[in-house]
Design a protein around this ligand. Structure first.
Ligand code: AHR
Length: 331
């Protein structure tokens, strides 16, 4: 029996003594001692993807499945995540599941978790730490590959001619793995193609509101008649904000006008893609709960989990989408 569960057993024994003496306690039923306690540090609720990701975790880590989930929403602040990890260490949880906001700044607190012998499982994004042993496993997407898929699509849709390919790039939360991977793929492609012109890089922070705000401001400063070929948005919510800003400023979105590219491919984005407003949706799968549970079960069985687990992902264009695909979309 692990440390946390032995603490819970001791508390349970105490509660039985109290019950025998007629003293009431708030301790949970007998089954409580067998629950695996998971402390989860989520980024926030900045996007539809994130909400689906939290739902996936909450669906898997239930008491019926043998878990007690302590869920923390960091409201997009790394300092909140670091405090949550420290609190989980104090509470002696069995596992810490961390969706890190950005890659840097994790060495000390993950070292504290390691010293407390609590396995940390990274979900979605990665951390940039000197010692790989500071986390047990990582479950998420290959963001660089996602970016490469988007770049490949632009190469086909905008073949190299005399005409420039004018690109606006809306970045996600700066320093996050999703931003770093998707940005690197685009920047490398811009460096490779003489005709690709990066008009601007704007910080959309993965949200619809911020993207609408920064893009509206940028467009209002452009000379009349400025052509835009591609708007590369690093997630769906940014794409929704971008489409609104573009249309309000007289730009049409579509495969023969401004080509809006997005990442995530949630149901609402697929709908916009089927309508033709999003030219390409690159999938980023948020339903990671079952994979995280498999990692925990591997550790529970006394085995060492595979270090990196990547989810299968695809791309969508209008021609490939059907009502049926959209109906079946779980997020
Ligand atoms: O890290 C995954 C990214 O974070 C998703 O693309 C985005 O929607 C979320 O906020």
């Amino acid at each position: 029996m692990n440390r946390k569960r032995s603490v819970l057993s001791a508390l349970l024994a105490l509660s039985l003594v109290c019950a025998a003496c007629g003293i009431r306690t708030n301790l949970a039923p007998e089954a409580e001692e067998d629950l695996i306690v998971v402390g989860m540090c989520q980024v926030g609720a900045e996007s539809d993807w994130r909400v689906a990701n939290s739902e996936s975790m909450k669906t898997v880590f239930t008491e019926e499945n043998g878990y007690r989930l302590l869920f923390d929403d960091a409201r997009q602040k790394q300092e909140n995540q670091i405090s949550a990890v420290r609190k989980f260490i104090q509470q002696q949880v069995d596992y810490i599941v961390l969706m890190p906001i950005s890659e840097s700044g994790w060495d000390s607190v993950l070292q504290e978790a390691k010293e407390a012998e609590i396995p940390v499982i990274l979900v979605d994004r990665m951390v940039d730490v000197a010692d790989e042993e500071l986390y047990a496993a990582h479950v998420g997407s290959d963001f660089r590959r996602e970016g490469a898929q988007a770049v490949q699509w632009i190469e086909t849709a905008c073949p190299e001619t005399e005409d420039p390919v004018r690109i606006i790039h809306i970045q996600g939360t700066l320093g996050s793995t999703a931003q770093l991977g998707r940005t690197a793929a685009l920047e490398e492609a811009v460096a490779r193609h003489d005709s690709w012109e990066l008009l601007s890089q704007l910080d959309g922070d993965f949200t619809q509101a911020k993207t609408y705000e920064v893009l509206t401001e940028y467009l209002s400063g452009l000379p009349a008649g400025q052509e835009i070929d591609v708007v590369y948005c690093e997630n769906d919510n940014e794409a929704f904000g971008a489409i609104q800003a573009l249309e309000e400023n007289g730009y049409a979105c579509g495969k023969d006008s401004v080509k809006v590219i997005t990442f995530d491919a949630t149901r609402n984005a697929l709908l916009e893609c089927m309508k033709g407003k999003i030219a390409l949706a690159v999938e980023c799968n948020p339903l990671l709960g079952p994979m995280v549970e498999r990692v925990i079960q591997t550790i529970e069985a006394g085995q060492v989990p595979v270090k990196h687990h990547y989810v299968e992902e695809r791309t969508f264009t209008a021609g490939e989408l059907t009502e049926e695909i959209i109906q079946q979309r779980e997020y």
